[in-house]
Each structure stands twice: as structure tokens, then as C-alpha cells.
Write a protein that binds this ligand. Sequence first.
Ligand code: GLU
Length: 415
Amino acid sequence: MEHGPIFGAMLQEFDGAARLLSLEPGIWKILTSPKRQIIVACPVQMDNGEIEVFTGYRVQYNITLGPAKGGIRYHPGVNLDEVTALAAWMTWKCAVANIPFGGGKGGVICDPTKMSKREVEALTRRYVAEIIDAIGPEKDVPAPDVNTNDQVMAWVMDTYSMHVGHTTTPVVTGKPVEMGGSLGRREATGRGVMIATREAAKHVGINLKGARVAVQGFGNVGSVSADLLARQGARIVAVTDWKGGVHNESGIDIDKLLAHVQQHRTVDGFSGGDRLAGDKIWSLDVDVLIPAALENQITAKNASDIKARILIEGANGPTTPDAHRLLHERGVFIVPDILANSSGVVTSYFEWVQDRYGYFWTEQEVNERLERKMCEAFDDVLRNALKFKVDMRTAAYIVAINRVATVTRMRGMYA
Ligand code: GLU
């Protein structure tokens, strides 16, 4: 299959682990082929009366373990290569987390920051209508991702429900709590990043209390991770986002930063520290670095600047394979995306279970189950890293490929 650079990066990661497992060529071919790629045109009447046509994608990469699962991203940079790689990463993420889902991802090329709420709603409804035959609680279950949130998920749920003629809560996760969302889902990815950081620090021998942390990205994942890590006693010394950044060696007050972002939509200009240019975050003298924005941020160009001992991938695909190799050789302990940020989809799974059951858990129950799942996954991956003498990313792929390959063999070939 012809592929672009982001899917190419995913393949490089996959191949390293598949080789160690001596994966047979047939299964190798199946697991590196996206099952379905859907491209749709979504016409929307804009507020000025003009009609715009937005391109949307939904990729179901692999559905061997269960329904496709993965977010919907609204961003000007969305393309088929990116969505396919992200759908593949969802497949491995669900398998590492040991939840009964395959991997999917959706995206629409648009800039929601320049659209009104009505325009975003109209786009969401049209996009869902265009992919309606492909999604459903047993088929493919979307969720929030970059620039989408619980309100967008409410529109997804409503549009699907209106089409099928009855309210169908488990068609999408990350919904508002009032309409079938799970307590703890909004904070889940950040909570998992905090747990991964805590476990990594324990393994490397760093005391989390007082550890210096830098976070790139202050959206859902970055902001909750920073907040929860600060509550664990870590010192958040730098945060950057799409516009700029802030640096404060004695620790940034995250509550105040959240209030600033609420008002200005960026961390830039926050008075509780010095201004920091976005690309200066990599070279800071910190213990823990958390990229929590987009893919391809840490490359062969800036990897040598990194001084952190622990890298926790809150984003999907933030480190290129070359950069990963350089950092691993220098002894940086890297917790890969498919493990570090898997708590979002794990709690999505809890939401889907609660919706189908029609019985809802307390926030404490959700968080306890999440803690257990996350620690099990971390231990599984670490055990394989030690057994195969490989880095944590290769080990995570080993766990994931083993699970998906085993079921692929058991199910056999149809026709
Ligand atoms: N978008 C999130 C991710 O990349 C969550 C996906 C989900 O909950 O289905 O993992």
C-alpha cells in the first residue's frame, strides 16, 4: 500500500516489534492494512450565507477485537495519512489496554477556532450523516480528539439517534454526563498521563514530589495532566501551546493558568512566569517532558536538546522514529503514546459499558477501575521491555500485536 510519512512512522514502530515476534508474513500483511477508509464531502451553509464543502475522513483500521474506537479531530492539517496512522495507533492502544475494541479515527479539514458554534454544529451533523452507515455501538464508536469536546459528541449522538429513530447513547463516548457520559471521562487522559508519570518515576528512581515537569500543549490532555501532577507534588516549570508559553522555575500556579486560558484561549501572556517561545520547551532542564499536542513534535533536529530523563507521550505520535532512537540510546525513559494516553479510551470503554448496561458508576468507581487498568497495562509493557530487552514502545507493540494476532489466527480466514 502506498502511504504517507505519519503512517510510515507507525509502520517503522510496528515492524521492529513484529520482527522480534517472528510474526508470520500473512498476519503481518493483515495487521498493516487499514480495513476501511471513508472520505466524505460535507457541504455546510456558513453564517455569511455561502456554502463551504469540508472534507471528512473516517478510518476503521482493524476491528478484530471489537468495534472500531477512536476520536474525531477538527484541524486544518487533517489528511488521510494522519487519520490512518491515528486509527492504527488506536488499534494498538486498545489492545495494550486490553479492552474489546478495534481502532478507528475520524477527522475533518477545518479550523473550528474560526467558525461559529452554529457552523461547527452544522458541520458535525453533516459529517455524521455522511458516515452514518459505518458507525454504531457495535460497529464504530467515535469520541473527542483535537478540537472536539462533549458538546460535539452530544451532536453526534443526537444526529445518529434522529436517523435511527431512537436514542442511542453508546454510539459515541465523551458525551456530557447528563446524557450518558461517564463521570471522570473528561479528566481521564490527563489522569492516565499522571499515573504513567508516577509509575515511570518510580521505575527510574525519581521522586515525583518536587520533580520538574514541562508540558507542551494545554488542551484537555495537557491541562489536566499538569493539574493532577501538580497535585501530586510535581513542579510544573513550563507550559507552551499553539501561541506561546510560560516558564517559572518555582512552579506555575495551574489554577491561575487555567483561569488565564479560559479568558485568552492561550497560555501566552500569563503573568505568573516568564514568556517562553514554543520551541524552547525541549531544551529546558527538567526531569519529565510531556508532549501533549500533535504528532511529529520531537524530531532528529531537536531530540539532542532534550535533557529530561522521562518522556511521557500525552499526544499521539509526538516523537518520530529517528528521535525515539536517539533518545532511547541516551537513556531517556519513554512511555509511548499507546500506553501513556490510553486512559482516555479506557474510560470511553467504561462509558460504553455503562450506556449499554443503563447503570452508572460513581466517579470513585471509574477512577479506581482506571487506576487498576492503567497499572496492569504499564506492568505488562514493562515486563515485556525487560524480557525482550527493548524500549517501552517496542514492548507496547509486542503486547498489542500479540493480542490482535492471536485473535486473528483463532478467527481464521472468512471465505
Ligand atoms: N481521542 C482519544 C485518543 O486518541 C480517545 C479516543 C476514544 O476515547 O475513543 O485516544
